[in-house]
Design a binder for this molecule. Structure first.
Ligand code: NG1
Ligand code: ZN
Length: 533
Protein backbone atom coordinates (compact mmCIF):
# COMPACT_ATOMS: atom_id res chain seq x y z
CA UNK A 1 0.00 0.00 0.00
CA UNK A 2 0.93 3.65 -0.30
CA UNK A 3 3.30 4.76 2.54
CA UNK A 4 0.73 7.27 3.71
CA UNK A 5 2.43 8.21 6.99
CA UNK A 6 5.79 8.96 5.37
CA UNK A 7 4.10 10.95 2.63
CA UNK A 8 2.08 13.01 5.11
CA UNK A 9 5.05 13.69 7.40
CA UNK A 10 7.30 14.84 4.53
CA UNK A 11 4.54 16.62 2.64
CA UNK A 12 3.92 18.81 5.70
CA UNK A 13 7.50 20.09 5.22
CA UNK A 14 6.66 21.13 1.64
CA UNK A 15 3.28 22.88 1.82
CA UNK A 16 1.69 24.19 -1.35
CA UNK A 17 1.42 27.99 -1.39
CA UNK A 18 -2.20 29.12 -1.48
CA UNK A 19 -3.47 31.01 -4.53
CA UNK A 20 -1.04 29.46 -6.97
CA UNK A 21 -2.21 27.22 -9.75
CA UNK A 22 0.49 25.08 -11.34
CA UNK A 23 0.36 23.53 -14.79
CA UNK A 24 2.47 20.80 -16.36
CA UNK A 25 2.88 22.33 -19.83
CA UNK A 26 4.95 21.53 -22.92
CA UNK A 27 8.14 22.02 -20.90
CA UNK A 28 6.95 20.52 -17.60
CA UNK A 29 6.34 22.81 -14.63
CA UNK A 30 8.10 26.12 -15.14
CA UNK A 31 7.86 29.30 -13.09
CA UNK A 32 9.78 31.33 -10.49
CA UNK A 33 12.18 29.04 -8.61
CA UNK A 34 10.83 30.48 -5.35
CA UNK A 35 7.44 28.79 -5.60
CA UNK A 36 8.41 25.33 -6.78
CA UNK A 37 9.26 23.56 -3.52
CA UNK A 38 5.95 21.69 -3.11
CA UNK A 39 5.93 20.89 -6.83
CA UNK A 40 9.34 19.22 -6.65
CA UNK A 41 8.31 17.15 -3.63
CA UNK A 42 5.23 15.94 -5.46
CA UNK A 43 7.08 15.29 -8.71
CA UNK A 44 9.35 12.97 -6.69
CA UNK A 45 6.30 10.96 -5.68
CA UNK A 46 4.91 11.02 -9.21
CA UNK A 47 8.20 9.84 -10.74
CA UNK A 48 8.25 6.90 -8.30
CA UNK A 49 4.69 5.96 -9.27
CA UNK A 50 5.48 6.26 -12.97
CA UNK A 51 8.41 3.89 -12.44
CA UNK A 52 6.19 1.39 -10.58
CA UNK A 53 3.73 1.63 -13.48
CA UNK A 54 6.56 0.37 -15.72
CA UNK A 55 7.53 -2.41 -13.37
CA UNK A 56 10.54 -0.58 -11.92
CA UNK A 57 11.98 0.83 -15.14
CA UNK A 58 13.99 3.99 -14.47
CA UNK A 59 12.24 7.35 -14.86
CA UNK A 60 14.19 10.62 -15.24
CA UNK A 61 13.59 13.95 -13.53
CA UNK A 62 15.29 17.09 -14.83
CA UNK A 63 15.33 20.31 -12.81
CA UNK A 64 15.80 23.19 -15.24
CA UNK A 65 14.13 26.22 -16.77
CA UNK A 66 16.19 25.97 -19.96
CA UNK A 67 16.46 29.35 -21.72
CA UNK A 68 14.30 31.22 -19.17
CA UNK A 69 15.84 33.92 -16.94
CA UNK A 70 17.97 32.74 -14.03
CA UNK A 71 15.35 33.24 -11.24
CA UNK A 72 13.00 30.80 -12.99
CA UNK A 73 13.23 27.09 -12.56
CA UNK A 74 11.25 24.05 -13.58
CA UNK A 75 10.98 20.31 -13.63
CA UNK A 76 10.12 17.70 -16.22
CA UNK A 77 9.85 13.93 -16.27
CA UNK A 78 11.58 11.61 -18.70
CA UNK A 79 9.95 8.32 -19.73
CA UNK A 80 11.80 4.97 -19.82
CA UNK A 81 12.94 5.23 -23.45
CA UNK A 82 14.45 8.63 -22.72
CA UNK A 83 11.50 10.45 -24.22
CA UNK A 84 9.31 13.15 -22.75
CA UNK A 85 6.52 12.20 -20.35
CA UNK A 86 3.46 10.74 -22.10
CA UNK A 87 0.76 13.41 -22.44
CA UNK A 88 -1.90 11.54 -20.45
CA UNK A 89 0.28 11.84 -17.34
CA UNK A 90 0.72 15.60 -17.72
CA UNK A 91 -2.73 16.08 -16.26
CA UNK A 92 -1.95 13.69 -13.38
CA UNK A 93 1.08 15.85 -12.63
CA UNK A 94 -1.07 18.98 -12.68
CA UNK A 95 -3.65 17.46 -10.33
CA UNK A 96 -1.00 16.40 -7.79
CA UNK A 97 0.74 19.77 -7.90
CA UNK A 98 -2.50 21.57 -7.10
CA UNK A 99 -3.72 19.45 -4.17
CA UNK A 100 -4.15 22.03 -1.43
CA UNK A 101 -3.12 19.99 1.65
CA UNK A 102 -1.26 16.81 2.54
CA UNK A 103 -4.60 15.03 2.95
CA UNK A 104 -5.76 16.20 -0.48
CA UNK A 105 -2.46 15.05 -1.91
CA UNK A 106 -2.90 11.58 -0.46
CA UNK A 107 -6.44 11.39 -1.79
CA UNK A 108 -5.22 12.46 -5.24
CA UNK A 109 -2.48 9.83 -5.13
CA UNK A 110 -4.97 7.13 -4.24
CA UNK A 111 -7.13 8.21 -7.19
CA UNK A 112 -4.16 8.10 -9.51
CA UNK A 113 -3.15 4.62 -8.36
CA UNK A 114 -6.64 3.42 -9.18
CA UNK A 115 -7.11 5.14 -12.56
CA UNK A 116 -3.60 4.39 -13.84
CA UNK A 117 -3.72 0.82 -12.43
CA UNK A 118 -0.44 1.14 -10.54
CA UNK A 119 0.82 -1.80 -8.49
CA UNK A 120 2.34 0.04 -5.52
CA UNK A 121 4.32 -3.05 -4.46
CA UNK A 122 6.57 -2.77 -7.53
CA UNK A 123 10.03 -1.21 -7.19
CA UNK A 124 10.59 2.46 -8.11
CA UNK A 125 13.79 3.72 -9.76
CA UNK A 126 14.52 7.35 -10.60
CA UNK A 127 17.57 9.20 -11.94
CA UNK A 128 17.64 12.98 -11.58
CA UNK A 129 19.79 15.98 -12.44
CA UNK A 130 19.71 19.76 -12.38
CA UNK A 131 21.18 22.68 -14.31
CA UNK A 132 23.35 25.43 -12.75
CA UNK A 133 20.55 27.66 -11.42
CA UNK A 134 21.08 28.88 -7.83
CA UNK A 135 17.62 27.62 -6.83
CA UNK A 136 18.56 24.10 -8.01
CA UNK A 137 20.05 22.54 -4.84
CA UNK A 138 17.05 23.35 -2.62
CA UNK A 139 14.63 22.10 -5.26
CA UNK A 140 16.59 18.88 -5.63
CA UNK A 141 16.37 18.42 -1.83
CA UNK A 142 12.57 18.71 -2.07
CA UNK A 143 12.55 16.20 -4.92
CA UNK A 144 14.64 13.81 -2.81
CA UNK A 145 12.09 14.07 0.02
CA UNK A 146 9.40 12.99 -2.44
CA UNK A 147 11.51 10.05 -3.62
CA UNK A 148 12.30 9.06 -0.02
CA UNK A 149 8.63 9.24 0.96
CA UNK A 150 8.03 6.55 -1.68
CA UNK A 151 11.12 4.51 -0.82
CA UNK A 152 12.36 4.93 -4.40
CA UNK A 153 15.81 3.80 -5.45
CA UNK A 154 17.31 7.10 -6.56
CA UNK A 155 20.42 8.01 -8.52
CA UNK A 156 21.71 11.58 -8.48
CA UNK A 157 23.24 12.49 -11.84
CA UNK A 158 24.36 15.84 -10.43
CA UNK A 159 24.66 19.00 -12.47
CA UNK A 160 24.30 18.09 -16.11
CA UNK A 161 22.48 18.88 -19.34
CA UNK A 162 18.90 17.87 -20.12
CA UNK A 163 19.95 15.68 -23.07
CA UNK A 164 22.55 13.84 -20.97
CA UNK A 165 19.84 13.00 -18.44
CA UNK A 166 17.63 11.69 -21.27
CA UNK A 167 20.57 9.64 -22.54
CA UNK A 168 21.17 8.17 -19.07
CA UNK A 169 17.53 7.10 -18.73
CA UNK A 170 17.62 5.25 -22.06
CA UNK A 171 21.05 3.75 -21.34
CA UNK A 172 19.98 2.49 -17.90
CA UNK A 173 16.80 0.91 -19.24
CA UNK A 174 18.50 -0.79 -22.20
CA UNK A 175 21.53 -1.97 -20.26
CA UNK A 176 20.65 -5.65 -20.13
CA UNK A 177 18.95 -5.84 -23.55
CA UNK A 178 20.23 -6.84 -26.98
CA UNK A 179 20.32 -3.18 -28.02
CA UNK A 180 22.11 -1.28 -25.25
CA UNK A 181 22.02 2.46 -26.04
CA UNK A 182 25.45 3.06 -24.52
CA UNK A 183 27.17 2.90 -21.11
CA UNK A 184 24.89 4.41 -18.50
CA UNK A 185 27.41 7.03 -17.41
CA UNK A 186 28.40 10.50 -18.60
CA UNK A 187 31.62 8.94 -19.75
CA UNK A 188 29.58 6.52 -21.87
CA UNK A 189 27.77 9.46 -23.44
CA UNK A 190 30.90 11.42 -24.31
CA UNK A 191 32.70 8.34 -25.58
CA UNK A 192 29.80 7.30 -27.81
CA UNK A 193 29.42 10.73 -29.40
CA UNK A 194 33.06 11.64 -29.82
CA UNK A 195 34.24 8.29 -31.15
CA UNK A 196 31.50 8.40 -33.81
CA UNK A 197 32.46 12.00 -34.62
CA UNK A 198 36.16 11.19 -34.89
CA UNK A 199 35.42 8.35 -37.30
CA UNK A 200 33.17 10.62 -39.37
CA UNK A 201 35.81 13.28 -39.88
CA UNK A 202 38.82 10.98 -40.20
CA UNK A 203 40.81 11.92 -43.29
CA UNK A 204 39.14 15.33 -43.67
CA UNK A 205 41.23 18.51 -43.55
CA UNK A 206 41.66 19.88 -40.00
CA UNK A 207 38.71 21.90 -38.74
CA UNK A 208 39.11 25.60 -38.01
CA UNK A 209 38.18 26.65 -34.44
CA UNK A 210 34.50 26.82 -33.52
CA UNK A 211 33.32 29.38 -30.96
CA UNK A 212 30.70 28.06 -28.52
CA UNK A 213 28.55 30.48 -26.53
CA UNK A 214 27.63 28.39 -23.46
CA UNK A 215 24.95 30.83 -22.17
CA UNK A 216 26.79 30.86 -18.81
CA UNK A 217 25.03 27.61 -18.04
CA UNK A 218 25.55 23.89 -17.65
CA UNK A 219 26.54 23.63 -21.30
CA UNK A 220 29.85 25.22 -20.29
CA UNK A 221 30.68 22.19 -18.14
CA UNK A 222 29.51 19.73 -20.77
CA UNK A 223 31.29 21.48 -23.66
CA UNK A 224 34.49 21.59 -21.60
CA UNK A 225 34.29 17.84 -20.99
CA UNK A 226 33.39 17.23 -24.62
CA UNK A 227 36.47 19.12 -25.77
CA UNK A 228 38.67 16.86 -23.61
CA UNK A 229 37.17 13.78 -25.26
CA UNK A 230 37.50 15.33 -28.70
CA UNK A 231 41.17 16.02 -28.11
CA UNK A 232 42.08 18.04 -31.18
CA UNK A 233 39.70 16.69 -33.78
CA UNK A 234 37.55 19.78 -33.33
CA UNK A 235 39.25 22.85 -31.86
CA UNK A 236 36.72 24.74 -29.76
CA UNK A 237 36.81 28.09 -28.05
CA UNK A 238 34.40 28.32 -25.12
CA UNK A 239 32.69 31.65 -24.35
CA UNK A 240 30.13 32.65 -21.71
CA UNK A 241 31.21 30.02 -19.22
CA UNK A 242 30.55 32.06 -16.03
CA UNK A 243 28.29 29.52 -14.36
CA UNK A 244 28.77 31.07 -10.90
CA UNK A 245 28.25 34.72 -11.87
CA UNK A 246 24.93 35.89 -10.42
CA UNK A 247 22.41 36.81 -13.11
CA UNK A 248 24.62 35.77 -16.02
CA UNK A 249 22.65 32.71 -17.15
CA UNK A 250 21.00 33.27 -20.55
CA UNK A 251 21.55 36.98 -20.07
CA UNK A 252 22.25 38.63 -23.45
CA UNK A 253 23.64 35.34 -24.68
CA UNK A 254 22.59 31.80 -25.49
CA UNK A 255 20.47 30.21 -28.22
CA UNK A 256 17.20 31.92 -27.33
CA UNK A 257 18.81 35.38 -27.28
CA UNK A 258 20.26 34.75 -30.73
CA UNK A 259 17.03 33.41 -32.20
CA UNK A 260 14.73 36.06 -30.77
CA UNK A 261 16.99 39.06 -31.40
CA UNK A 262 18.57 37.73 -34.58
CA UNK A 263 21.85 39.25 -33.56
CA UNK A 264 25.27 38.47 -32.12
CA UNK A 265 25.51 38.16 -28.32
CA UNK A 266 27.36 41.40 -27.37
CA UNK A 267 29.92 39.36 -25.42
CA UNK A 268 31.15 37.84 -28.69
CA UNK A 269 31.64 41.16 -30.50
CA UNK A 270 35.39 41.23 -29.90
CA UNK A 271 35.83 37.48 -30.12
CA UNK A 272 34.31 36.31 -33.37
CA UNK A 273 36.36 36.74 -36.56
CA UNK A 274 34.62 37.29 -39.90
CA UNK A 275 33.95 33.91 -41.50
CA UNK A 276 34.48 32.00 -38.25
CA UNK A 277 31.79 29.50 -37.26
CA UNK A 278 30.04 30.00 -33.94
CA UNK A 279 27.11 28.50 -32.09
CA UNK A 280 25.04 29.22 -28.99
CA UNK A 281 23.63 26.69 -26.54
CA UNK A 282 20.71 27.42 -24.23
CA UNK A 283 20.62 27.11 -20.42
CA UNK A 284 20.27 23.32 -20.39
CA UNK A 285 22.08 22.64 -23.67
CA UNK A 286 19.23 21.16 -25.66
CA UNK A 287 18.98 23.97 -28.22
CA UNK A 288 21.58 25.01 -30.77
CA UNK A 289 21.87 28.08 -32.99
CA UNK A 290 24.75 28.60 -35.43
CA UNK A 291 25.87 31.95 -36.82
CA UNK A 292 28.78 33.77 -38.45
CA UNK A 293 29.86 37.26 -39.43
CA UNK A 294 30.58 37.97 -43.07
CA UNK A 295 33.46 40.11 -44.37
CA UNK A 296 31.38 43.25 -43.73
CA UNK A 297 30.77 42.13 -40.15
CA UNK A 298 27.12 41.42 -40.97
CA UNK A 299 25.52 38.83 -38.71
CA UNK A 300 24.06 35.67 -40.32
CA UNK A 301 21.99 33.22 -38.31
CA UNK A 302 21.78 29.50 -39.07
CA UNK A 303 18.78 28.28 -37.11
CA UNK A 304 16.99 24.96 -36.61
CA UNK A 305 15.57 25.13 -40.14
CA UNK A 306 19.04 25.57 -41.62
CA UNK A 307 20.26 22.65 -39.50
CA UNK A 308 17.38 20.48 -40.78
CA UNK A 309 18.24 21.29 -44.37
CA UNK A 310 21.94 20.60 -43.96
CA UNK A 311 21.50 17.36 -42.06
CA UNK A 312 18.55 15.98 -44.06
CA UNK A 313 20.28 16.52 -47.40
CA UNK A 314 23.44 14.84 -46.13
CA UNK A 315 21.51 11.82 -44.91
CA UNK A 316 19.59 11.62 -48.19
CA UNK A 317 22.88 11.61 -50.12
CA UNK A 318 24.32 8.86 -47.92
CA UNK A 319 21.23 6.69 -48.21
CA UNK A 320 21.38 7.05 -52.01
CA UNK A 321 25.09 6.29 -52.04
CA UNK A 322 24.42 3.11 -50.08
CA UNK A 323 21.63 2.15 -52.48
CA UNK A 324 18.87 2.05 -49.86
CA UNK A 325 16.74 4.92 -51.16
CA UNK A 326 13.89 2.55 -52.03
CA UNK A 327 13.87 0.92 -48.60
CA UNK A 328 14.31 3.92 -46.30
CA UNK A 329 11.62 6.59 -46.21
CA UNK A 330 13.18 9.86 -45.07
CA UNK A 331 10.98 12.72 -43.90
CA UNK A 332 11.16 16.09 -42.18
CA UNK A 333 8.94 17.46 -39.42
CA UNK A 334 8.56 21.19 -38.76
CA UNK A 335 6.22 23.55 -36.94
CA UNK A 336 4.47 26.68 -38.19
CA UNK A 337 7.50 28.68 -37.01
CA UNK A 338 9.70 27.12 -39.70
CA UNK A 339 10.80 29.75 -42.14
CA UNK A 340 8.69 29.59 -45.32
CA UNK A 341 11.84 29.41 -47.46
CA UNK A 342 13.03 26.31 -45.62
CA UNK A 343 9.69 24.59 -46.10
CA UNK A 344 9.76 25.42 -49.81
CA UNK A 345 13.35 24.19 -50.20
CA UNK A 346 12.74 20.97 -48.30
CA UNK A 347 9.34 20.18 -49.83
CA UNK A 348 10.90 20.11 -53.28
CA UNK A 349 13.10 17.22 -52.10
CA UNK A 350 11.40 15.33 -49.27
CA UNK A 351 8.09 14.74 -47.51
CA UNK A 352 7.62 17.58 -44.98
CA UNK A 353 5.03 17.51 -42.21
CA UNK A 354 3.88 20.44 -40.07
CA UNK A 355 2.79 19.72 -36.48
CA UNK A 356 1.84 21.81 -33.43
CA UNK A 357 4.62 23.37 -31.33
CA UNK A 358 6.20 21.17 -28.69
CA UNK A 359 8.88 18.55 -29.02
CA UNK A 360 6.55 15.66 -28.31
CA UNK A 361 4.52 16.41 -31.44
CA UNK A 362 7.62 16.64 -33.59
CA UNK A 363 9.12 13.52 -32.07
CA UNK A 364 5.99 11.43 -32.61
CA UNK A 365 5.58 12.59 -36.21
CA UNK A 366 9.26 11.85 -36.93
CA UNK A 367 8.76 8.30 -35.63
CA UNK A 368 6.42 7.69 -38.59
CA UNK A 369 9.37 7.70 -41.00
CA UNK A 370 12.27 5.25 -41.28
CA UNK A 371 14.50 8.27 -40.81
CA UNK A 372 12.76 11.34 -39.40
CA UNK A 373 14.54 14.69 -39.11
CA UNK A 374 12.91 17.24 -36.84
CA UNK A 375 14.00 20.64 -35.58
CA UNK A 376 12.09 23.57 -34.21
CA UNK A 377 13.23 26.84 -35.76
CA UNK A 378 14.64 27.74 -32.32
CA UNK A 379 17.25 24.98 -32.63
CA UNK A 380 15.72 22.12 -30.67
CA UNK A 381 15.71 18.87 -32.58
CA UNK A 382 17.26 15.58 -33.55
CA UNK A 383 17.07 12.73 -36.07
CA UNK A 384 15.26 9.45 -35.39
CA UNK A 385 16.18 6.15 -37.03
CA UNK A 386 13.48 3.49 -36.65
CA UNK A 387 14.51 0.10 -35.28
CA UNK A 388 14.01 -1.60 -38.69
CA UNK A 389 16.03 1.17 -40.37
CA UNK A 390 18.89 0.68 -37.90
CA UNK A 391 18.79 -3.07 -38.43
CA UNK A 392 18.80 -2.67 -42.20
CA UNK A 393 21.73 -0.25 -42.07
CA UNK A 394 23.52 -2.59 -39.67
CA UNK A 395 23.10 -5.70 -41.80
CA UNK A 396 23.24 -4.28 -45.35
CA UNK A 397 26.04 -5.70 -47.54
CA UNK A 398 27.67 -3.00 -49.66
CA UNK A 399 28.61 -4.03 -53.21
CA UNK A 400 31.23 -1.35 -53.97
CA UNK A 401 33.91 0.42 -51.92
CA UNK A 402 31.93 3.67 -52.28
CA UNK A 403 28.84 1.99 -50.84
CA UNK A 404 30.91 0.58 -48.02
CA UNK A 405 32.24 4.03 -47.07
CA UNK A 406 28.79 5.59 -47.19
CA UNK A 407 27.41 2.78 -45.04
CA UNK A 408 30.07 3.32 -42.37
CA UNK A 409 29.29 7.05 -42.38
CA UNK A 410 25.60 6.29 -41.91
CA UNK A 411 26.36 4.03 -38.95
CA UNK A 412 28.53 6.71 -37.37
CA UNK A 413 25.83 9.32 -38.00
CA UNK A 414 23.44 7.15 -35.98
CA UNK A 415 25.91 7.04 -33.09
CA UNK A 416 26.76 10.74 -33.06
CA UNK A 417 23.06 11.59 -32.72
CA UNK A 418 21.25 11.62 -29.38
CA UNK A 419 17.97 10.10 -30.54
CA UNK A 420 16.19 10.55 -27.23
CA UNK A 421 15.75 14.32 -27.47
CA UNK A 422 17.26 17.49 -28.97
CA UNK A 423 20.87 17.79 -27.82
CA UNK A 424 22.92 20.90 -28.59
CA UNK A 425 26.31 19.18 -28.29
CA UNK A 426 25.34 16.11 -30.28
CA UNK A 427 23.69 18.30 -32.94
CA UNK A 428 26.81 20.46 -33.02
CA UNK A 429 29.02 17.44 -33.73
CA UNK A 430 26.56 16.33 -36.41
CA UNK A 431 26.63 19.76 -38.08
CA UNK A 432 30.42 19.92 -37.85
CA UNK A 433 30.73 16.47 -39.42
CA UNK A 434 28.46 17.41 -42.32
CA UNK A 435 30.26 20.72 -42.87
CA UNK A 436 33.58 18.85 -42.92
CA UNK A 437 32.25 16.39 -45.49
CA UNK A 438 30.83 19.09 -47.71
CA UNK A 439 33.81 21.42 -47.21
CA UNK A 440 31.33 24.11 -46.21
CA UNK A 441 31.85 27.15 -44.05
CA UNK A 442 28.96 29.16 -42.65
CA UNK A 443 28.46 31.11 -45.90
CA UNK A 444 28.21 28.02 -48.13
CA UNK A 445 25.77 26.42 -45.71
CA UNK A 446 23.75 29.62 -45.50
CA UNK A 447 23.47 29.89 -49.27
CA UNK A 448 21.26 26.77 -49.63
CA UNK A 449 18.25 29.08 -49.35
CA UNK A 450 17.60 32.65 -48.17
CA UNK A 451 15.43 33.07 -45.08
CA UNK A 452 12.29 35.16 -45.47
CA UNK A 453 12.46 38.15 -43.12
CA UNK A 454 10.30 37.42 -40.08
CA UNK A 455 9.18 38.77 -36.75
CA UNK A 456 7.94 37.06 -33.57
CA UNK A 457 6.14 39.16 -30.94
CA UNK A 458 4.45 38.38 -27.64
CA UNK A 459 1.11 39.87 -26.67
CA UNK A 460 -0.19 39.84 -23.10
CA UNK A 461 -3.93 39.16 -23.18
CA UNK A 462 -6.63 38.80 -20.55
CA UNK A 463 -7.14 35.10 -21.26
CA UNK A 464 -4.83 33.22 -23.58
CA UNK A 465 -7.11 30.17 -23.35
CA UNK A 466 -9.61 32.11 -25.47
CA UNK A 467 -7.23 31.49 -28.41
CA UNK A 468 -7.79 28.12 -30.01
CA UNK A 469 -6.16 26.88 -33.19
CA UNK A 470 -6.41 24.26 -35.94
CA UNK A 471 -4.29 23.10 -38.87
CA UNK A 472 -1.12 22.63 -36.78
CA UNK A 473 -1.69 26.00 -35.11
CA UNK A 474 -1.64 27.90 -38.38
CA UNK A 475 -5.25 29.11 -38.07
CA UNK A 476 -7.40 30.39 -35.23
CA UNK A 477 -10.85 28.95 -34.64
CA UNK A 478 -11.49 31.26 -31.71
CA UNK A 479 -12.00 34.09 -30.81
CA UNK A 480 -14.66 34.10 -33.57
CA UNK A 481 -13.93 36.31 -36.56
CA UNK A 482 -10.29 37.00 -35.74
CA UNK A 483 -8.79 34.63 -38.33
CA UNK A 484 -10.77 36.34 -41.12
CA UNK A 485 -9.29 39.69 -40.06
CA UNK A 486 -5.78 38.24 -40.05
CA UNK A 487 -6.35 36.80 -43.53
CA UNK A 488 -7.44 40.23 -44.77
CA UNK A 489 -4.25 41.85 -43.43
CA UNK A 490 -1.90 39.14 -44.68
CA UNK A 491 -3.25 39.57 -48.24
CA UNK A 492 -1.85 43.10 -48.30
CA UNK A 493 1.75 41.91 -47.84
CA UNK A 494 3.98 40.52 -50.52
CA UNK A 495 4.85 36.92 -49.55
CA UNK A 496 2.98 37.51 -46.30
CA UNK A 497 2.26 34.77 -43.76
CA UNK A 498 1.17 35.22 -40.18
CA UNK A 499 -0.37 33.15 -37.40
CA UNK A 500 -1.39 33.55 -33.80
CA UNK A 501 -1.26 30.92 -31.05
CA UNK A 502 -1.28 30.82 -27.26
CA UNK A 503 2.11 30.00 -25.73
CA UNK A 504 2.35 26.73 -23.83
CA UNK A 505 5.15 28.00 -21.58
CA UNK A 506 4.32 31.66 -20.87
CA UNK A 507 1.13 33.53 -20.14
CA UNK A 508 1.13 35.25 -23.54
CA UNK A 509 -0.11 34.88 -27.09
CA UNK A 510 2.57 34.70 -29.80
CA UNK A 511 2.28 36.38 -33.18
CA UNK A 512 4.55 35.32 -36.03
CA UNK A 513 4.81 37.08 -39.35
CA UNK A 514 6.93 36.73 -42.44
CA UNK A 515 7.14 38.82 -45.62
CA UNK A 516 9.63 39.58 -48.38
CA UNK A 517 11.21 42.53 -46.53
CA UNK A 518 12.13 43.02 -42.89
CA UNK A 519 10.09 46.23 -42.67
CA UNK A 520 7.01 44.47 -44.02
CA UNK A 521 7.44 41.46 -41.72
CA UNK A 522 7.72 43.77 -38.68
CA UNK A 523 4.73 45.81 -39.77
CA UNK A 524 2.59 42.74 -40.41
CA UNK A 525 3.50 41.28 -36.99
CA UNK A 526 2.61 44.48 -35.19
CA UNK A 527 -0.65 44.94 -37.08
CA UNK A 528 -1.72 41.38 -36.33
CA UNK A 529 -0.69 41.92 -32.69
CA UNK A 530 -2.96 44.97 -32.75
CA UNK A 531 -5.88 42.75 -33.76
CA UNK A 532 -5.16 40.31 -30.93
CA UNK A 533 -4.76 42.84 -28.19
P1 NG1 B 1 5.66 28.19 -26.51
O1 NG1 B 1 5.85 29.06 -25.31
O2 NG1 B 1 4.49 27.24 -26.44
O3 NG1 B 1 5.67 29.02 -27.76
C1 NG1 B 1 8.29 27.59 -26.55
C2 NG1 B 1 8.87 27.49 -27.94
C3 NG1 B 1 8.69 26.08 -28.44
C4 NG1 B 1 9.27 25.06 -27.46
C5 NG1 B 1 8.77 25.33 -26.05
C6 NG1 B 1 9.43 24.45 -25.00
C7 NG1 B 1 8.86 29.17 -29.74
C8 NG1 B 1 8.05 30.08 -30.58
N1 NG1 B 1 8.18 28.41 -28.86
O4 NG1 B 1 6.92 27.21 -26.62
O5 NG1 B 1 9.25 25.96 -29.70
O6 NG1 B 1 10.68 25.05 -27.54
O7 NG1 B 1 8.95 26.69 -25.69
O8 NG1 B 1 10.64 24.95 -24.56
O9 NG1 B 1 10.09 29.14 -29.86
ZN1 ZN C 1 16.53 24.07 -23.29
Amino acid sequence: ALPVDDIRRLSDLHPKPEDIRYQYGTAGFRTSGKILDSVLFRVGILAALRSKRFDGKTIGVMVTASHNPEPDNGVKLVDPRGEMLESSWESHATVLANASSSDDLIAALQDLIKTAKIDVSKPARVVYARDTRPSGPALVAALEDGLNAMGAEARNAGVTTTPILHYLVRAINTKATKDPYGDDTEEGYYTKLTSAFNKLIAGRPPRSPLVIDCANGVGALAAETLSRYLKNSLPIELQNIAIDAAGALNNSCGADFVKVNQKLPPSLANVLQPGQRACSLDGDADRLMYFYLDERHQFHMLDGDKITTLVASFIVDLVKAVGLEEELRIGVVQTAYANGSSTKYLSARLPVKCVPTGVKHLHHAAEQYDIGVYFEANGHGTVLFSQPAQELIGSHRPSTPAQSTALTHLQNIINVINQTVGDALSDMLLVEAVLAHKSYGGAEWDSLYADLPNRLVKVVVADRNAFRTEDAERRLVSPPGLQAKIDELVKKYDGGRSFVRPSGTEDVVRVYAEATSKGQADELAFRVAGLVY
